[in-house]
Design a protein around this ligand. Structure first.
Ligand code: DGJ
Length: 735
């Protein structure tokens, strides 16, 4: 059982995952009856007796009121260990829950009860607290899965029916996670910008408060809602790492507090500074989930824990192999026409692509980014007979068909906006500033999300679409929802919820439909959107070298089967860098392979090579998309690096060397996670020039040798050209 009660009173519980335990307990102050829910332990698995002992230890770095002779009036309270520290009582830290009742911003909660619920392969515990005087009820939910190391938590806040009280919520986090006491702490997170997403940053955690946030109404390119913390001693494959991720695709805020007296905690939730939600009598606000995952196996082990969780419990179709896609955006821009798209479809199909996606430019009068978002009918000049001809043609080639849409976007120069200027997110008497010449539709309005669902549903049905690329190119500004009876700031939550609701409804009506999440590249990639989508477009920058850095950042939390990756033309449209076709393919093979090039410019040799590489990818994609990933070697994109995937008996290794002639750096690549006593046969890649450590076809090697000594990839030799790479496949043999 994953949820284990640890006491008779129903106030202490252990949540056990396959490799960790998380212990929480309710502590009631006998003098005031105030209850706090404390995190008592989070780390490696503990049997119940040890978990009980751990829980009985005095509070860690905090000073519980009256706890000892060193307490002074300035000593910090134990709030850092609370699973949801409120604004109220004897607390000075970051409040995870801040509520004003008739303008009094101070909660005093008492324990009401707790109940456990069995949910298939998961256990859930709900702990209910209520304010002793105000009509506020708080329920702390925790879910633990039998087959995942991630623990999910979320919160419901209710304004209980009763007398007419004004309740305003200014912070409602999904939960706070306490990181055990250590000499020092280091954080790992990603930062970035448009076309430079997923840049890994790592540093010592400063004493103080460190906030990562998005105020954009979408997840954002500049940060991603997760953090990993270690005691400055973990490596890629060793050491303890505590990580936290928020499942939300709108604005968010994640604050890590490190106190001078010791103790670190991470609290995160939807919303950002200044946003306030009014909670009418009888209403409730439910947060998205925040997930915590402990690993004793370094950052690599942490990533694999997240990958497993995303595939098993977040993605709607996480066990499927994703098709090889073609999309002409980088080749044609907005200029999509039926004859040219069909020509691309024919050559993409000849290369082995299985899904053809028509990108921006097919609708309204959309010739560039200045108009037509909202006018979701075929562009009359480009598609005078509609889109059926094109889509029938794609389907006739045996490919699946997909279409780009941006349902939340609206161009002021559109028939939709002229008819419904009040449908956009705006504030009265404030400008409606444009960005990328567009505004955002207010999905919090029922007429707007009903409209979106209606045209999307019709489009998917009429064109027999298997796939939507759902883009979003305009962060929120001047955001409000000025309809009578509505909370202005409610739009920051409700918009995201309704976007997800439209996606979920479409999927329910069209079970074969798959959705790619995109927001001008990687602006909306998070565990929230992935509940209703299948993969995400990590960046508009398709330069393979830059992509290696981005993919490295993305891979920290997200598995390969959510990472859309295209091979595009060389020199690259974003960077002007020239790279060999093979390198571009090998980089894109680390995710869901797609092609985004103008193949009419490829030579017959390049087309042949591409066909072979697509074919090769298909033979190994199951292992890449669903296997356990190991990041080997140096900094991806800058140094010799490699990725290894293991699933069952198959081992796939992608090897890269961007600086071909670099004399420094390793030559030998030690593989990992193999069966030391078993022998592995070389199924593809390697080389046959007789150098020790090379892998002649069909040669067999002990797993122990491959791990202890390693292999010597030709691509890693300092013998010339830049951007060399290889795909090596090994299979465990029974002999
Ligand atoms: C931004 C996306 O990231 C691109 O791939 C492309 O779909 C454009 N939008 C289309 O406007």
């Amino acid at each position: 059982m994953s949820l284990v009660p640890l006491d008779q009173d129903g106030r202490l519980w252990a949540f056990n995952t396959p490799h960790s335990s998380y212990v929480v307990g309710v502590v009631v102050d006998p003098a005031t009856d105030e209850a706090v829910v404390l995190q008592k332990y989070w780390g490696a698995n503990l049997p119940p007796a040890a978990a009980r002992e751990a829980a009985a230890m005095p509070a860690g770095p905090g000073n519980t009121p009256g706890a000892g002779r060193h307490e002074t009036s300035f000593s910090r309270p134990a709030e850092i260990e609370e699973v949801l520290p409120v604004d109220g009582g004897l607390r000075w830290g970051v409040p995870a829950l801040q509520v004003a009742v008739d303008q009094v911003r101070s909660l005093e909660l008492r324990f009401v009860g707790a109940s456990a619920v069995r949910e298939g392969g998961a256990d859930r515990l709900d702990i209910t607290l209520e304010d002793h005087a105000f009509p506020i009820e708080v329920v702390l939910h925790t879910r633990v899965y039998a087959d995942s190391d991630a623990i999910a938590r979320w919160v419901t806040v209710r304004h209980r029916a009763g007398k007419n009280t004004a309740v305003e919520v200014s912070r409602l986090d999904s939960g706070s996670w306490f990181i055990p006491d250590a000499e020092d702490y280091r954080y790992r997170a990603v930062c970035g910008a448009w076309a430079e997403e997923g840049q890994l940053q790592q540093g010592l955690l400063p004493v103080g408060e460190l906030t990562f946030t998005s105020r954009q109404g979408i997840t954002g390119h500049h940060a991603n809602p997760w953090i990993m913390i270690d005691a400055a001693d973990a490596g890629e494959e060793h050491g303890e790492v505590w990580s936290v991720a928020l499942a939300w695709g709108g604005s968010w805020r994640m604050t890590t507090t490190r106190r001078p007296e010791g103790g670190t905690a991470v609290t995160a939730g939807f919303g950002h500074d200044g946003v306030r939600w009014t909670l009418p009598t009888g209403a409730e606000l439910v947060t998205p989930a925040i997930l915590g995952l402990y690993s004793a196996n370094g950052f690599g082990g942490t990533s694999r824990g997240w990958h497993d969780h995303v595939r098993r419990h977040i993605l709607p179709a996480g066990d499927e192999d994703r098709p090889v896609l073609y999309n002409s955006w980088e080749a044609t821009g907005f200029a999509v026409t039926e004859p040219e798209q069909l020509a691309f479809a024919r050559s993409a199909s000849a290369l082995g692509a299985e899904l053809f996606v028509v990108d921006d430019g097919w609708f309204g009068r959309r010739d560039d980014e200045r108009s037509s978002l909202g006018d979701w009918w075929p562009h009359r000049e480009r598609f005078p007979d509609g889109l059926r001809g094109l889509f029938d043609g794609i389907l006739a080639l045996g490919m699946r068909a997909g279409l780009w849409v941006e349902p939340e976007g609206v161009s002021p120069d559109s028939e939709l906006y002229r008819a419904h200027p009040d449908w956009v997110i705006h504030l009265e008497n404030r400008r409606r500033d444009r960005k990328r010449h567009q505004l955002v539709l207010n999905f919090a309005r029922a007429d707007v999300h009903d409209w979106a669902l209606e045209w999307l549903d019709r489009l998917v049905a009429n064109l027999r679409l298997d796939y939507l690329k759902w883009d979003m190119n305009r962060p929120f500004t001047q955001a409000g929802s000025p309809e009578p009876g509505r909370s202005h700031d409610g739009v920051w939550i409700e918009h995201t919820r309704q976007v997800l609701h439209v996606m979920a409804t479409l999927r329910a009506r069209h079970p074969g439909l798959r959705i790619e999440a995109c927001a001008g590249g990687g602006g909306r990639l998070d565990l929230g959107i992935l509940h209703h989508t299948d993969l995400a477009w990590p960046s508009d920058n398709t330069d393979p070298v830059d992509r290696q850095t981005t993919q490295h950042g993305v891979s920290q939390l997200y598995p390969a089967n959510v990472m859309s990756a295209w091979v595009t033309d060389s020199p690259n449209a974003n960077t002007g860098r020239s790279t060999p076709l093979r390198y571009r393919f090998h980089v894109a093979m680390a995710g869901v392979l797609g092609i985004g090039a103008d193949m009419s410019r490829w030579s017959p040799e390049e087309l042949d090579e591409a066909r072979t590489l697509v074919e090769q990818y298909k033979t190994v994609r199951h292992t890449i998309q669903h296997g356990r990933q190991y990041r080997l070697g140096g900094r991806p994109g800058a140094e010799r690096s490699a990725l290894q995937y293991v699933l069952g008996d198959e081992v796939v290794v992608l090897v890269y060397n961007p600086r071909g002639n670099a004399k420094s750096g390793p030559r030998w690549l030690r593989l990992t996670a193999l069966d030391p006593g078993a022998r592995y046969e070389v199924a593809a890649g390697g080389d046959t020039d007789g150098v020790p450590g090379r892998l002649p076809a069909r040669s067999r090697w002990h797993g122990g040798t491959l791990m202890a000594v390693g292999i010597r990839p030709v691509a890693w030799e300092p013998i010339g050209a830049d951007y060399r790479s290889d795909l090596i496949v090994l299979r465990r043999t029974r002999a």
